[in-house]
Every structure is written in C-alpha cells, then in structure tokens.
Design a binder for this molecule. Structure first.
Ligand code: ADP
Ligand code: MG
Length: 140
C-alpha cells in the first residue's frame, strides 16, 4: 500500500474544549504523521466553498455557521493508506453510530459538532489540501 496524504480539520467544538493534543495523539497512534498544521479562523466564504458539495442539504447553513463559530486546526496527514486509515479512526459521521475508540465516539458532541473532518478520497484530499496549504508549508 502506498504512502498517501489526506486533509484533516479539528472543528470548533474540538478547539473550544482544548482537544487538539488528544485528537492528534489518536492520529499519531494510528500511524498518521502530521506533515502540516495551522490554526485558523475560517471566513464564511471559505467555509461555504469548502462544503460546497453539501450546498443543497438542509443542514448546510447551520454547518457553515458552526465551522466559523471558532478557530479550527487544518492539517495534512501522511501515512500508509492515509485517507481510509484516517476515516477509520475518525469514526462514523453520527457519533451515535461511531465505533469504540474512534475520535467521534470519544469526543463528538453531535452529528454536526463531530470534532473532525477527513477527506473521503485521495482525489478530494488533493483538492482540499491545495485549498488550505501551499506546497512549501507541507514538510514530510
Ligand atoms: P463526514 O464528515 O463524515 O464526511 P459528510 O461529508 O456527510 O460527513 O458531512 C459533512 C459534515 O456535515 C459532517 O461532518 C457534519 O459536521 C455535518 N453533517 C452531516 N450530516 C448532518 C446532519 N444530518 N445534520 C447536521 N449536520 C450534518
Ligand atoms: Mg465528508
């Protein structure tokens, strides 16, 4: 299996509760390496564009408001099969359905405030990484 990169966000519910280190430890213990990371305040336009694929969903406006309600930590994670591995340790979107030991099972507050984002394919990972990081900011 090849070394891959994926894009990760620690969402405002996680930064508000000071969980950056605890969540990063889960990723690192899963064999994912944090090769880029920064704490930012997303603008509404940035969040709307990032979640553009969900524009028609009923939860879109609430989701955008939530994502700009506080700082987020954006990251690039690298490792074997990183996209799938990251999704595995994140757990199901709805924490009620998330497996034991996953980030969302341990930390998510709700289906919306579910602590973490992760790319769903290598193709989307490349798009999402380029949206937030210059190549020179990623140090593998
Ligand atoms: P995932 O983050 O697991 O890839 P989706 O891409 O389907 O999930 O949804 C993006 C984000 O939108 C979720 O992580 C969550 O914050 C929010 N979301 C998804 N479904 C709902 C819902 N039914 N109600 C409220 N928020 C939702
Ligand atoms: Mg998704």
């Amino acid at each position: 299996m090849a070394i891959e990169r994926t894009f990760s966000i620690l969402k405002p519910d996680a930064t508000r509760r000071n969980l950056t280190g605890k969540i990063n430890a889960v990723f690192e213990d899963a064999g994912l390496r944090i090769v880029a990371q920064k704490r930012i305040q997303m603008s509404r336009a940035q969040a709307e564009a990032f979640y553009g694929v969900h524009r028609e969903r009923g939860f879109f406006n609430d989701l955008v408001s939530f994502m700009i309600s506080g700082p987020v930590v954006v990251q690039v994670l690298e490792g074997e099969n990183a996209v799938a591995r990251h999704r595995e340790v994140m757990g199901a979107t709805n924490p009620a359905n998330a497996a034991e030991g996953t980030v969302r099972k341990m930390f998510a507050e709700s289906i919306e405030a579910n602590s973490v984002h992760g790319s769903d394919s290598p193709e989307n990972a490349a798009i999402e990484i380029a949206y937030f990081f210059a190549g020179t900011e990623i140090v593998g």
